[in-house]
Ligand binder design. Structure first.
Ligand code: ATP
Length: 280
């Protein structure tokens, strides 16, 4: 496995970051020079990143930056054109998604995609399709109901008739049913009220701390994502342009300016890189 490690110690543009191989980190996931395309449309242009065990790592980026493509490439839905992905030290790029679920990699896609005509309990059962340990499966359903009590209340309700927030909770719950060591969460805040977003992110953080699930989280909502994450990357038109601890990213002028709207320097001296940013 590649021993090249990307330093996450400072919020610097990716091109200026030191690549160090000294510190031995236990990475659940390593992505190296990943390129993916839709026909002639290059969506990922050489993405490298790492996800240390037990951490929450977020990928921030505007519409069309390539976040969903990155998640789909990691989870085997899209085959990369170039590059490599390692999961617990094993090369997995090009592996079928169902085999990756068995290995402990769970992908909760953008837009939730629950089974609308199945009820809550049936959706959760579908998440355990790779498992045969019936009594353990039932324990996990109960555990999920503890994190998301509303799902217990609605366990016989068809998923398609539930609110967006409840469907998001169900999608996360279903993703947990395969007992993943790594969860990929694609825009869990999408279309939800600020209050619900806070609630879901608090639960995501608890799942990370209490269940030990490592999380790779894609978000446009930088504020909530950085508040929940340990580390972050910024993806722009298929390239990583910044990386660092969540705290340092939160305090970086570029993030403040292009996401938080706290303009420190809004004069003509802004760099070309800054001018083309499209943070909301
Ligand atoms: P969003 O937040 O809007 O979902 P994103 O950061 O997830 O955006 P992607 O959906 O990964 O971005 O898209 C990356 C690029 O690939 C964009 O230019 C997009 O138009 C293009 N793209 C995505 N899906 C397809 C597709 N099925 N066919 C062709 N181009 C696509």
């Amino acid at each position: 496995m590649s021993s090249i490690k990307k330093s996450l110690s400072s919020a610097a543009p990716a091109t200026e970051m030191n690549l160090v191989d000294s510190e031995v980190k236990n990475n659940v996931l390593e992505v190296r020079n990943l390129e993916s395309a839709y026909g002639p449309v290059m969506a990922l242009r050489g993405v490298s990143l790492e996800v240390p065990e037990g951490k929450v790592v977020t990928i921030l980026g505007a519409n069309g930056a390539g976040k969903t493509t990155l998640m789909k490439t990691i989870s085997g839905v899209i085959n990369p054109r170039k590059g490599a992905v390692w999961f617990h030290g094993e090369r997995i790029d090009g592996t079928e998604p169902d085999r990756l679920v068995k290995k402990g990699l769970s992908h909760v896609p953008e837009g939730r995609e629950v089974f609308p005509f199945l009820n809550v309990a049936e959706n959760l059962a579908m998440g355990a399709y790779t498992r045969r340990d019936k009594s353990e499966i039932q324990c996990d359903v109960e555990m999920i109901y503890e994190y998301f009590p509303i799902l217990k209340d609605r366990r016989t309700q068809a998923a398609g008739t539930m609110s967006g927030g409840q469907q998001q909770m169900l999608a996360i719950g279903r993703g947990l049913m395969s007992r993943p060591s790594l969860m990929l969460l694609d825009e869990p805040s999408l279309g939800l009220s600020p209050l619900l977003v806070q609630e879901i992110f608090a639960i995501i953080r608890r799942l990370n701390k209490e269940q030990g699930v490592t999380i790779l989280l894609v978000e446009q909502n930088a504020r909530v994502a950085l508040a929940a994450a340990d580390y972050g990357y910024v993806l722009e038109t298929g390239r990583i342009v910044m990386a660092g601890s969540a705290d340092k990213l939160m305090h970086s002028d570029d993030i403040k300016e292009f996401y938080l709207g706290q303009t420190k320097d809004n004069t003509a001296e802004a760099t070309r890189w800054k001018r083309k940013k499209t943070w909301r």
